[in-house]
Design a binder for this molecule. Sequence first.
Ligand code: ATP
Ligand code: MG
Length: 340
Amino acid sequence: MATDIGIDLGSSKTVLFSSSKVVLEQPNVVTVDSETWEPVYFGEKAKQTLGRTPESLVCVSPIEHGAIADYDLTEMMLKNYMKQAFGNRIMRPRIIATLPAGLTELQHHSLSNVVEAAGGRNVTVIEAPLAIAFGLGLDFSKPRGTLIVDIGAGTTDIAVISLGGIAACESFKTASSDLDAQIMRHIRREYNVEIGPLTAEMIKIKIGSAIKREVEIAVIAKGRNVFSGLPESFEISSGEVYEAIKEPIDTICGAIRQVLNKTDPDLVSDITEDGMYLAGGGALLYGLTERISRYLGIQVRLLEDPTHSVVKGAAVALKNPQLLKNVDYQLRSIKELTVE
Ligand SMILES: Nc1ncnc2c1ncn2[C@@H]1O[C@H](COP(=O)(O)OP(=O)(O)OP(=O)(O)O)[C@@H](O)[C@H]1O
Ligand SMILES: [Mg+2]
């Protein structure tokens, strides 16, 4: 019996989905020996070393903006994750792996090769928004436009799907990790304190917002004073964070409008009637659905469990290979995919 596995190899984390559940979720971070480039830690353990490594170690994110930036490290990391999730009991796995829309054929091949090298035997690579569309159970026999936006850590993937194919798409490099970068910049400028990316992400998740909060909240965080070099605590309010992250949020809203501007007017009219779908971890930012909805003047539907919608959609396609056939997916593994 073949094992079916959905793989979402994102900018911030890998999610493996099999037997109707998430079987592994690990950050895409590898701590390597700075001289030999040999990996020392993978995943959660490596993420905890971010900004805390001695000179002999370096933290690397092998996936950048949704694409493989360091092939060898990605291969070693994925092998490690597959082993963690499945041990040695993995049998002829049928795999669908996803990547942002609008990447090159070379990037598709690169992902397919890395998954094969990590133990996959029957690998299909599809665009993340298409996977989300499969998960939504859209009726692909109708030429109706559906707008899907996936705000991840390193990419904002925007696609209009119609008849089960991608009618317009764009993958932008402004995404949720840019909000963290803005928070780091703000704190350095206003408090003369340097904070690490994990602290910035914590501030964003706890008090960040895309609309002004009616009731201000605040959080106390720690960093290092840029002049004295000593540790320092500071308090930051939600209003400050709102102002600090406004710009990249406006960029994301503008990017969605840009894709709509180049979409066929009939499809845009469907989207205006039905509303758009929002996925990805970045979509969980407080008030983001409301902000995008106000900006575009359309209803925004936040998907349930938005950080797993891509991998769950991939699993739906593994169960119904016909879905990929219907959209005339021209990948070599399609034939194999239909064979048990
Ligand atoms: N509750 C939350 N509020 C705001 N942001 C959040 C929340 N939860 C997660 N995030 C952000 O979502 C991002 C991760 O989202 P996701 O898992 O979809 O990314 P990814 O798939 O790894 O990246 P990409 O799709 O860009 O390659 C991180 O930047 C994280 O800080
Ligand atoms: Mg993603």
